[in-house]
Ligand binder design. Structure first.
Ligand SMILES: C[S@@+](CC[C@H](N)C(=O)[O-])C[C@H]1O[C@@H](n2cnc3c(N)ncnc32)[C@H](O)[C@@H]1O
Length: 191
């Protein structure tokens, strides 16, 4: 089974100069996605599923996507600093990883992904994960969609529901994106 985690970020820019110091200071909230990368990297070692982080840059001057298969990361990510370093390297030199940014609208991206995956959308308005058990076990490829430091916009939500996304709730408490990823991966580790 393949697991995709699609996160839109309206703040990350592909070509701005960023350093460890500026990221730790909160620049573009790169830290949010670095933390997700770190989590996915750890889980990739623990569960035998193909995991890919799909980052959609939704800033109006970007509107582009980069697919980061976790298997493309060859450096050991021992801690958060390692993962910030690695993420900055991917953003500034995607070619070195065999990756690229592709200009695309969010709706088109969903259209492409829908050819091989079904969507599950993390939102407190959804149904508990356990209620999706039966359906999830039958899937070959799942694309989980979740917000980064912000929730999805209403338009992104509508486009996602147009693609028959199933909403999953983890309860009424708000979790960080990286925590949601951990809960999802833990769930798969127990399947
Ligand atoms: C840090 S949150 C986004 C902002 C947050 N909702 C707020 O108001 O501060 C990251 C994302 O994780 C997912 N998420 C967080 N808590 C959740 C929950 N209880 N159930 C389902 N998804 C959740 C949502 O997709 C959310 O957009």
């Amino acid at each position: 089974m393949s697991l995709y985690f699609l996160l839109p970020s309206s703040t990350i820019r592909s070509e701005t100069k960023k350093t460890i110091k500026s990221v730790v200071g909160g620049q573009e909230r790169v830290d949010v996605i670095s933390r997700c990368l770190q989590n996915l990297y750890r889980w990739q070692k623990r569960i035998s599923l193909d995991i890919c982080l799909i980052l959609y840059l939704s800033h109006p001057n970007e509107l582009s996507v980069i697919h980061i298969p976790i298997s493309s990361i060859k450096t050991e990510l021992r801690n958060e600093l390692d993962s910030v370093r690695e993420f900055l390297a991917i953003l500034s030199n995607p070619k070195d990883y065999g990756l690229k940014f592709e200009k695309i609208s969010f709706a088109e991206l969903l259209e492409n992904l829908a050819e091989s995956s079904v969507f599950y959308y993390f939102t407190p308005e959804g149904k508990p994960l356990e209620e999706h058990d039966k359906a999830i076990k039958k899937e070959k490829s799942i694309c989980f969609v979740l917000g980064s430091q912000h929730d999805l916009t209403q338009k992104q939500e509508e486009e996602l529901y147009n693609k028959d996304a199933s909403p999953i709730s983890l309860g009424k408490r708000d979790y960080l994106a990286s925590h949601v990823i951990t809960i999802a991966c833990y769930y798969f580790s127990k399947l």
